[in-house]
Write a protein that binds this ligand. Structure first.
Ligand code: 5GP
Ligand code: ZN
Length: 113
């Protein structure tokens, strides 16, 4: 059983890609929780946030810069948006390939879970 996000990266599974470069890909979430809900995914297979190391600092910084750029391009930056990483079971992680949710387009709840 392969990794579903690696399959999306390799185009073995279709997705609606909104951004891609050599290090990351961003595509629409299949089950959106807000009018705008995409996933930003490093192409490097890291199972969880806990797997990032010193060598990934540039990659993660790059991903946040692109998150900002996408939010601006989609016109949700000024009103506001949210970036979320779920880590491990109690954190609500379902897919074990590191990803960052970018949500916007509605007022998001104040609850932190
Ligand atoms: P997690 O709970 O692991 O943080 O989030 C996994 C996310 O991946 C969920 O929001 C879910 O809707 C999304 N997802 C799961 N399978 C697929 C898929 O095959 N394609 C896309 N585009 N999103 C998926
Ligand atoms: Zn993977």
């Amino acid at each position: 059983m392969g990794c579903i996000f690696c399959k999306i990266i390799n185009r073995e599974i279709p997705s609606k890609v909104v951004y891609e470069d050599e290090r990351i890909i961003a595509f629409e979430d299949i089950n959106p929780q807000a009018p705008y809900h995409i996933l930003l995914v490093p192409k490097k297979h890291l199972a969880t946030l806990l797997e990032i190391s010193e060598e990934d600092k540039e990659l993660i910084g790059h991903l946040f810069l692109i998150a900002n750029q996408i939010a601006k391009d989609k016109g949700i930056a000024e009103k506001g948006f949210r970036v979320i990483v779920n880590c491990n079971e109690e954190g609500g992680q379902k897919i074990f390939h590191l990803h960052f949710h970018l949500l916007g387009g509605r007022r998001l709840s104040d609850a932190m879970g």
